[in-house]
Ligand binder design. Sequence first.
Ligand SMILES: [Mg+2]
Length: 216
Amino acid sequence: MTDSPFCVKAVLFDFDGTLTKPGSIDFNLIKRAIGCPAESFILEFIETLDDNIKREKAISALENFETKAADCSEPNNGAEELLLYLCSNGLSTGIISRNSLESIKRAFHNFKKIKFSDFDVIITRDDPVKPKPYADGVILAAKKLEVDVKELVVVGDFIFDIQAGKNAGSITVFLNNGIEHDFSDPDSDYTISQLGELKDVIRQGLPLSSGKSAKY
Ligand SMILES: [Mg+2]
């Protein structure tokens, strides 16, 4: 937990399990389908495949799983209300995901109040930057949003989200969704159990003196 005051100008969200309800994508099933060892991570495993045909097949299988997951994904509890709140307080918003851009666009068909185009920046594995946990995507998002990385809050439900945010020097918020994980809580600045709690974090960093007070 951070003690130092901060100023928030933008919020960057992970997608699966953060803006959407957890569980729509079964990573273990994908791993088995593409022959990825259980202890490895999918994108990093695909990178190690030096046979082009095997690699293309693995990418195609991953994309098929992502498409199906996108079709049945739902907005996470409080996600749409939170995004409206952030917009009404003049904050920029973005998404940073290891998914394809296409699967994220598709998942937005299941959102009602928020559209894909409401986000100021969306960074996916289709962008030419190293994926989370590297800081590169967060730094690129900050640049596109024209904010300092220190003014950016990075929110996610996995260790890589927090590592990427910390590696970039941003404020980090771990969303545990009120469920048990098979990993220990990462060393984030804040931990919340549902997205609505993010308002309390954001309120601490809003520039009240600029005349923009938190709205509820
Ligand atoms: Mg996630």
